[in-house]
Design a protein around this ligand. Structure first.
Ligand SMILES: *Cc1c(COP(=O)(O)O)cnc(C)c1O
Length: 369
């Protein structure tokens, strides 16, 4: 692991050779690159592209998922251009559009995650279609091949925040998506002990974004990059377990009389099941479900003994929350209703604990309602 923030030259001759890019050596200063971060980026590019050499793809790590999203958009857009976001992209991504893109003269629309709605929003100035799949909290899965075909025909770049899917469950680059973003804080890190974000795609595009990291400064800390590269060693195993346990618990919930509705992409009842079955190898670890109102939800959350009451997802520990009391608290009941966030909604991010324990815990919590 390399922690240095500056990298001395042997002498002025080496400095000259470096400036002419005639020698291989670390960047001269930590904000422009770090060997530990670079090694982790190479792993991530290989993982996402599905090729040991990254298949012409590169990755750039940043300080958080939000750093990756905001730096990418700032690097690619200029005043007068237009962006299409799908409605349930990460809340802070939408906030960034409203509070920053608008300020810098970039126009945007936020539309339903369907091909028809996206197509209807395309303008001559549209530069980017930014989607996410599966989304939070209703696990929507957009018709990605359709979006890519639409975008390519109009020379629009496509970006997907695939944090909930991971490269184990979905391969957007192979479908022609230009850039894949992950909050590495979630499944890729996997242990709730780091914050990070990554952008992966064709090297030319990624290197142009990397340039901006040196200016905007959202660099990945080398210690985080090390923890992330260690987490990646067990990613496939962990995601298989999340997939298996979450599908099993989603079926338990769907059959339970105290549960009004369950959202999980690989349940036949999910509105986007057709796209999910085609695009996803597994449904991931997050399940959303609805019980009879806010108070019933609180009673259940407080009765559960395995999952911790916390935001986030993708770690080895199960986490549970009521969106109405956490991520959408500030919206108030009317704001939540307008956003389609139901008061009795519970989001369960299934960890890798013993499935029988998770199931028994959930069943006894529900029985007490
Ligand atoms: C958590 C999350 C983010 C933000 O990532 P941070 O690492 O917390 O900045 C972005 N998109 C999705 C889908 C997320 O779950």
């Amino acid at each position: 692991m390399v922690f240095s923030s500056t990298y001395p030259f042997e002498n002025t001759a080496e400095l000259h050779a470096f400036m002419q890019r005639e020698v291989e050596r670390p960047e001269e200063y930590g904000r422009y690159g770090n060997p530990t971060v670079a090694a982790t980026e190479a792993k991530l590019a290989a993982l996402e592209a599905g090729e040991a050499d990254g298949g012409g793809c590169g990755a750039v790590l940043m300080a958080s998922g939000m750093a990756a999203i905001t730096t990418t958009l700032l690097a690619m857009l200029r005043a007068g251009q237009h962006v299409i976001f799908t409605a349930d992209v990460y809340r802070k991504t939408r906030l960034f559009a409203r509070s920053y893109l608008a300020k810098f003269g970039v126009e945007f629309d936020i539309v339903a995650p369907t091909l028809e709605a996206i197509e209807g929003a395309v303008r001559d100035t549209t530069r980017i279609i930014f989607t996410e799949a599966p989304t939070n909290p209703y696990l929507r899965v957009v018709d990605l091949e359709g979006v890519v075909a639409l975008a390519k025909a109009r020379r629009i770049k496509t970006i997907i925040d695939a944090t909930f899917a991971t490269p184990i469950n979905m391969r957007p680059l192979s479908l022609g998506v230009d850039l894949v973003i992950h909050s590495t804080t979630k499944y890729l890190g996997g242990h709730n002990d780091l914050l990070g974000g990554v952008v992966i795609g064709k090297s030319g595009l990624v290197d142009a974004i990397r340039e901006q990291v040196g200016t905007l400064g959202a660099v990945c800390d080398p210690h985080n990059a090390y923890l992330l590269s260690r987490g990646l060693k067990t990613l496939a195993l962990r995601v298989e377990r999340h997939n298996h346990s979450a599908l099993a618990l989603a079926r338990v919930l769907e059959a339970h009389p105290k549960v009004a509705k369950v959202w999980y992409p690989l349940l036949e009842s999910h509105q986007d099941y057709g796209h999910a079955r085609r695009l996803l190898r597994g449904g991931g670890g997050v399940i959303s479900f609805e019980v009879e109102g806010l108070e019933a939800g609180t009673r259940l959350v407080d009765a559960l003994r395995v999952p911790k009451l916390a935001p986030s997802l993708g770690g080895v520990e199960s986490l549970v929350e009521q969106p109405a009391l956490m991520s959408f608290y500030d919206q108030g009941p009317e704001g939540r209703a307008a956003l389609g966030i139901r008061e009795g909604l519970i989001r369960y991010a299934v960890g890798i604990e013993d499935l029988a324990d998770l199931r028994a815990d959930l069943e006894s919590g529900l029985a007490a309602l």
